[in-house]
Design a protein around this ligand. Structure first.
Ligand code: SF4
Length: 102
């Protein structure tokens, strides 16, 4: 019985250590601009932009798939300008800024 408990404790510790190391070295870093642009969009999640929600369009804008903020029709003019200005002035992880139109 004691042997089984010790084995489970050692096994748990080793697996926990393995997961800890894996989460540190295999972590996928997300571009912070995606979260920021998602917050700047109207967040109606209506899908009229062709993406399943505002975070989908934000990801497409940051990835360069979409180059016009006007793809989001419900977005007001001042919101579009703010998003375009943010993306055009904020460098990504590669140090480059995007060229996004309103
Ligand atoms: S059209 Fe605009 S509000 Fe609607 S899901 Fe797309 S980004 Fe969100």
């Amino acid at each position: 019985m004691l042997y089984a408990i010790i084995t489970m404790l050692v096994l748990g510790a080793l697996l926990g250590l393995g997961l800890g190391i894996a989460s540190k070295y295999l972590a996928v870093k997300e571009d912070e601009r995606i979260e920021m642009v998602t917050q700047m969009l109207p967040n109606y999640n209506c899908g009229s932009c062709g993406y399943p929600g505002c975070s989908g369009l934000a990801q497409a804008l940051v990835n360069g798939e979409v180059t016009t903020v006007g793809t989001c029709r419900p977005c007001k003019a001042d919101q579009k300008e703010a998003i375009a200005e943010y993306l055009n002035k904020t460098p990504g992880p590669d140090g480059k800024c995007l060229k996004v139109k309103v």
